[in-house]
Design a protein around this ligand. Structure first.
Ligand SMILES: [Ca+2]
Ligand SMILES: [Ca+2]
Length: 255
């Protein structure tokens, strides 16, 4: 793929091959989570994405098409050689929205989940002047229904806010298996509606880095586990995790 193209060869294609899947569970809890994902029990499957680009030396390569392969449908016992049609590329372009660092700690005996929002960096600027006024929403969903919500204070005019704010939720051992934790970063605006900067979610339905962090927390009870995460767009998260109406407070339930 390197070297000078022969004359008349106007289109050079750069094929990015995916790395083989890294499914080497560390312990029983992770094994359970990964096999749940592979069985498709969560509705989200690990996927391999192969993309074909038109090579441009001086600006961004143009994507021609892509092939998405559900890894749970692949027979790993045989070498597979086959032709497939390329599809239209997915609509979500990867955009750098920033990163967030937080720790999670679960104490099964007390039924307490503690989330400490530590800091964020390289957040996208959402205000004129190239800055943002970021705050973080910490939301819990139970059985995909909105459940509990808390938020940090607002840090004015910064793209690298430091919070170190702790939030404690009552989550029983039975509930922790059915919970998703949604972390979203927002730019506060005094007059107009606040702007969404980015979002991620963790829990048994999550994938990749987020699932890893959640599994690390579950397999290290009583110990805080901190990790950095790259933020994704709200649309991207909402398309993978659709939350239903809020669970009414116990006091508002009909008797
Ligand atoms: Ca704004
Ligand atoms: Ca603002």
């Amino acid at each position: 793929m390197s070297g000078t193209p022969p004359e008349g060869d106007v289109q050079r294609h750069l094929v990015r091959m995916p790395k083989p899947p890294q499914l080497t569970p560390l312990n029983v809890e992770e094994q359970r989570l990964y096999s749940k994902l592979l069985q498709g029990g969560s509705g989200l499957h690990p996927m391999s994405v192969m993309q074909v680009f038109d090579f441009n030396r001086f600006h961004k390569h143009n994507i021609i098409g892509e092939l998405r392969l559900q890894l749970c449908n692949v027979d790993w016992n045989h070498v597979i050689e086959e032709w497939r049609d390329l599809a239209e590329p997915a609509k979500f372009e990867e955009e750098n929205l920033g990163e967030i660092c937080f720790s999670m700690r679960y104490v099964p005996s007390a039924g307490k989940l503690t989330v400490v929002i530590l800091e964020a960096r390289n957040l996208k600027s959402m205000d004129v002047g190239g800055s943002s006024d970021p705050y973080v929403k910490v939301q819990l969903a139970l059985d995909k229904r909105k459940w509990k919500k808390k938020k940090t204070c607002i840090k004015k005019k910064t793209l690298n806010p430091y919070y170190n704010e702790s939030f404690v939720f009552d989550v029983s051992f039975d509930q922790i298996q059915r919970v998703n934790l949604v972390i979203s970063v927002w730019d506060h605006d005094a007059v107009t509606r606040n702007d969404a900067i980015g979002k991620i979610f963790l829990g048994c339905d999550a994938a990749g880095n987020q699932l890893r962090h959640w599994a690390d927390m579950l397999s290290n009870p009583r110990r805080p586990v901190a990790q950095w995460h790259s933020l994704l767009s709200s649309q991207q998260i909402n398309s993978s995790l659709t939350l239903k109406k809020k669970i009414p407070l116990a006091s508002k339930l009909p008797l």
